[in-house]
Design a binder for this molecule. Structure first.
Ligand code: FAD
Length: 298
């Protein structure tokens, strides 16, 4: 896999891909062509998000079940605590267990009133992601991934308080954390140092977002507390109406980011695909992922 002879980090590279459940038949077609394009790269797992307020409960389930039935991929279903009782959430977990799903990404979820409003746990529901992690582990033998925020969750009082919340999720049984996206790798490494110093030893997998649309990404970043460096904005400057060049720049930016992470010892990457395969496929190809090489690594 070492496309760069100087690479110190010779461990096999693991990638995972995140999708969202489609709303329309057209979106379904796009999703499935993306899954088919990315599947031969043998991702470690593919995850399917859960809409705000549990709005995609059925669609997330249907997408995860179809992945399980029609592909050799291992699906991970996202699940939140929002707007549901414990029993309702437990029913979803049991239905995944019975369908053969073995991996859940457990989240608290955003407030019902939207990002920026106060979070109110549902009366009778799971209060926090750590409670959900424990609930899932009590129901079945699931691998459980959770979120992590290198730049802190917007609601957290401090980065230390946020790392305490991560620690409580690990103490409840979380097996892996996937980070919110970030663009400055130093932030990730500084966060990793603090997480390790807090005694957290699960993998903290960097979430990588290839910038399909700079304006949308910057807008989303401002809501989630992820910073957008000036140099990134400068790279997309003046390309508002030039989709083709934007795509080339996006691939170059993401490749630069993952190669720097790789050079600094990271070998597991989670890609936010936005249900589009082309950029992620190109970056994985640059990382050296091929059907044969992944098999050889396995
Ligand atoms: P938590 O880890 O529960 O933390 C939320 C806040 O509460 C933080 O400020 C934390 O510091 C604080 N906190 C938590 N536990 C404690 C505690 N015990 N004591 C004190 N403070 C505490 N949203 C969706 O709706 N659907 C998805 O599919 C989805 N997927 C995501 C995937 C990833 C990889 C990431 C990074 C985020 C995802 N989100 C998703 C967004 C997420 O739901 C929101 O960021 C939400 O606001 C917080 O959920 P959480 O599980 O990250 O929160």
């Amino acid at each position: 896999l070492a496309l760069r002879p100087s690479r110190q980090n010779a461990s096999p590279i693991k990638v995972s891909f995140e999708f969202f459940p489609p709303k329309t038949p057209e979106m379904e077609t796009t999703l499935w062509s993306s899954i088919q394009r990315l599947a031969p790269l043998h991702p470690h797992f593919v995850s399917v998000t859960y809409g705000a307020g549990g709005s995609t409960r059925e669609r997330t389930h249907a997408t995860v079940s179809r992945i399980l039935k029609e592909t050799p991929l291992k699906p991970a279903a996202h699940l939140t605590c929002v707007a549901a009782t414990k029993e309702e959430v437990n029913d979803v977990v049991r239905s995944y267990r019975d369908a053969g799903v073995r991996h859940i990404v457990a989240l608290r979820g955003d407030p019902v009133g939207g990002i920026g409003t106060a979070y109110e746990p549902h009366p009778g529901g799971y209060r926090q992601a750590c409670d959900l992690v424990a609930g899932i582990k009590a129901i079945g033998d699931f691998e459980v991934s959770v979120s992590a925020y290198p730049e802190k969750h917007p609601e957290a009082a401090s980065l230390d308080a946020d790392i305490d919340a991560l620690k409580s999720k690990v103490d409840c049984g979380a097996d892996r954390a996937i980070t919110q996206f970030f663009f400055d790798n130093d932030l990730y490494f500084r966060y990793l140092d603090r997480v390790r110093a807090r005694g957290i030893d699960i993998p903290i997998v960097p979430g990588i977002v290839p910038v399909q649309n700079f304006k949308q990404t910057a807008n989303f970043a401002s809501k989630t507390g992820a910073s957008v460096p000036g140099w990134l904005a400068a790279r997309f400057e003046g390309l508002e109406n030039d989709v083709e060049t934007r795509k080339l720049i996006a691939a170059a930016v993401a490749a630069e980011q993952v190669f720097d992470l790789l050079d600094r010892g990271v070998n597991e990457f989670h890609f936010y695909t936005m249900n589009r395969a082309d950029l992620v496929y190109a970056i994985c190809h640059l990382l050296g992922l091929r059907e044969q090489s992944v098999r050889a690594a396995a």
